[in-house]
Ligand binder design. Structure first.
Ligand SMILES: [Zn+2]
Length: 433
C-alpha cells in the first residue's frame, strides 16, 4: 500500500522513518517531541525542558541522565517540517493513519538476567555516534575476546568501516543476523542493538533463558550484529555536515537539498532537513536498493535526496553491497532488520519465499515485544531480499518506537523494555526449530 501525503499549506510533518512505517497525520511543531497521533498511548510527552526523566527500571540503573540542551528536543515553536512527499507515508500497518503504537504487554520467558542489575558500559545518549559505537565494540572485543569477533564487511562512501560483531560460536550450525541503522534518522536502533549485544556478553557464562543456558545456546548458534549499516547517513542526521568528511559528499548533499527544495520536497532550513535525512551519504535510500523486485520500487524521488531515492541500480551503493555480501555467507536461521518507528513487526511480502518460517519468527518476537504483526510490499528492502532470494531466510523487520525520527532519547527506555529479550528469544527459537 502506498499513499502520499499532500498537505495544502506548507505545513506538514512526515514522521515515517521507514518505507513501511508511517507517522500519524500532521503533527504541529517538531514531530519528534510530540505524541505521534491518535491512538497512541505510550509515548512520553516531551517538552523543551525534558530531561529523560523516565524512572530507571530494574537492570536499567546505568542509564545516563540527559541534561537540558542534550535532549535533542526542539522548541515547540520551532519550524514546521516541510517535507511534502515521502515514500509510503502510510505503510500496510497504518491503514487508518494510526501509529501502530498499541503495544500489548510482552511476556518474557523465565530468565535470570534481563531484569537483574547489569553492568552496561554502553551509555544511553541522545546521539549515539559511529565513533562511540566503534569504541564500544573494541572494548567488547578486549573484554570478551573468546566470545565476540569483529569483522569489517564493507566501507561506506565516506570511508567508514561497516562492522559486523559476532557473539557466540562462529562455527555454529545456526546463525542469526540482526542489522540496524540502515536509515539515517533511525539511529536509536544501533544503540539498542549494542545494548542487546552487551547483555548477551555480560551474561554469556551464567545466563539462563527459558530453561536453556546461554552458553549452550551460543555453542549452537551465533548472533551477528550489524548495528550501523549506514554510518555516513547516521553521522549526517546526528551532526549535520560536520558528520561528513568528504567535500565531494558534502557538496552532493547540498545539491540534494537544493533539488528537494526546488521540487517542493522540503521547505525546511538545512539543519532540520539534515536531521531528517534517511538515505546514505550519497542520497540513496539503502532499503530501496536491494534486488527484491527493485524495478517495482515506486521511488518517491527521481534523483538523490534525503529520502526515497532507490538508486541507479540494485546494489549500487557500497553499504547495500556490504549487507548483500552477508546474504549467503552463513546458514542463516533468522534475519532481523531493525527500523523505527511504529512498534510493529513486518514479516510478510508478496515476493517472500519464506512465509511460514518468517511468520513463526514474527510470532515469537511478538510475544516478547508485544508488537503487532503486519505485511509489507516486499520491494527493495533488505528483509524483502533475504526472504525472496534463492536460499530464502526467515526474516522480519521490527519497527521500534512510537514517535517520529529522529527519536528523542526519552523514547529509549520504552524501546529497550520492548526489545531487550528479542535476541535471546530468537536464539531460543532457532535452536528449538
Ligand atoms: Zn527505516
Amino acid at each position: 500500500m502506498r499513499r502520499f501525503l499532500y498537505i495544502v499549506t506548507s505545513a506538514i510533518v512526515i514522521g515515517a522513518c521507514c518505507p513501511t512505517a508511517a507517522s500519524a497525520a500532521a503533527v504541529p511543531g517538531l514531530a519528534e517531541i510530540q505524541p505521534a497521533g491518535p491512538g497512541q498511548t505510550d509515548s512520553q510527552p516531551a517538552g523543551p525542558g525534558q530531561t529523560d526523566s523516565q524512572p530507571a527500571g530494574p537492570g536499567q540503573t546505568d542509564s545516563q541522565p540527559v541534561g537540558p540542551g542534550l535532549t535533542g528536543a526542539q522548541p515547540a515553536t520551532g519550524p514546521i517540517y516541510g517535507f511534502t512527499t515521502d515514500d509510503k507515508e502510510y505503510g500496510p500497518g497504518f491503514v487508518n493513519g494510526g501509529t501502530g503504537a498499541d503495544v500489548s504487554q510482552g511476556v518474557i520467558p523465565d530468565n535470570n538476567f534481563l531484569d537483574s542489575p547489569s553492568r552496561f558500559t554502553v551509555g544511553v545518549t541522545d546521539r549515539y555516534s559511529y565513533d562511540q559505537m566503534v569504541q564500544d565494540m573494541q572494548r567488547f572485543q578486549a573484554n570478551y575476546p573468546d566470545k565476540v569477533q569483529l569483522n569489517v564487511i564493507g566501507t561506506s562512501h565516506d570511508g567508514r568501516s561497516i562492522y559486523e560483531m559476532i557473539v557466540g560460536n562462529v562455527n555454529a550450525p545456526k546463525h542469526i543476523l540482526i542489522q540496524g541503522g540502515i536509515h539515517a534518522r533511525e539511529y536509536m536502533t544501533p544503540l539498542l542493538m549494542m545494548r542487546q549485544a552487551e547483555t548477551a556478553l555480560i551474561n554469556y557464562d551464567t545466563g539462563i533463558y527459558d530453561g536453556m543456558r546461554l552458553s549452550d545456546m551460543f555453542s549452537q548458534a551465533a548472533i551477528h550484529f550489524i548495528p550501523m549499516s549506514n554510518p555516513d547517513g547516521i553521522m549526517l542526521s546526528e551532526f549535520g555536515l560536520n558528520g561528513i568528511r568528504s567535500d565531494f559528499l558534502k557538496q552532493a548533499i547540498l545539491t540534494s537539498y537544493a533539488q528537494d527544495t526546488s521540487l517542493g520536497r522540503t521547505s525546511q532550513p538545512l539543519d532540520i532537513y539534515l536531521q531528517r535525512w534517511k538515505a546514505n551519504g550519497a542520497g540513496v535510500d539503502l532499503n530501496q536498493n536491494f534486488p527484491a523486485n527493485w524495478e517495482g520500487v515506486q521511488t518517491s524521488a527521481t534523483m538523490t535526496s534525503y529520502a526515497g531515492y532507490k538508486g541507479t541500480a540494485p546494489l549500487s551503493e557500497p553499504e547495500s553491497q556490504a549487507l548483500a555480501s552477508m546474504a549467503d555467507r552463513y546458514p542463516w536461521a533468522a534475519a532481523i532488520s531493525y527500523h523505527s518507528m511504529g512498534n510493529i513487526i513486518y514479516w510478510d511480502a508478496n515476493t517472500s519465499r519464506a512465509k511460514d518460517t518468517s511468520k513463526a519468527l514474527a510470532d515469537t518476537i511478538s510475544t516478547v515485544t508485544g508488537y503487532k504483526l503486519d505485511g509489507s510490499d516486499g520491494r527493495g528492502g533488505f528483509k524483502d531480499w533475504m526472504q525472496s532470494k534463492e536460499n530464502p531466510v526467515p526474516s522480519v523487520t521490527i519497527e521500534v518506537g512510537s514517535v517520529a525520527c529522529p527519536m528523542p532519547v526519552s523514547e529509549y527506555q520504552a524501546v529497550w523494555k520492548q526489545n531487550k529479550a528479542v535476541w535471546a528469544q530468537t536464539l531460543a527459537h532457532v535452536i528449538r526449530n
